[in-house]
Design a protein around this ligand. Structure first.
Ligand code: ZN
Length: 84
């Protein structure tokens, strides 16, 4: 079971909304954007706040497996173990 398997559309991620500070966001889109040198697949994960509908995103497996990028709008790195 890889980290990427945890990130499934319609699950929630415990990650604070940059806009309204809601404590969790919905995984609204998972898009494969490439393959890393270690063979893992690289994804863009889009998050939508269930309260204010703000959209944020980050890169999952950013250059290597289990590495997450800062989110585009919050400048914070999501915790891969916080998928609910
Ligand atoms: Zn929000």
């Amino acid at each position: 079971m890889s980290v990427a398997d945890e990130f499934v559309e319609r699950r929630m991620l415990k990650f604070m909304c940059f806009n309204c500070e809601h404590p969790a966001m919905l995984i609204s889109k998972k898009e494969k954007i490439g393959t890393n040198d270690d063979g893992s697949e690289k994804f863009k994960i889009e998050l939508t706040c269930p309260r204010c509908k703000a959209v944020d995103s980050f890169i999952l497996n950013d250059s290597s497996e289990a590495t997450l990028s800062k989110s585009e709008n919050s400048e914070r790195i999501p915790d891969a173990s916080k998928v609910l």
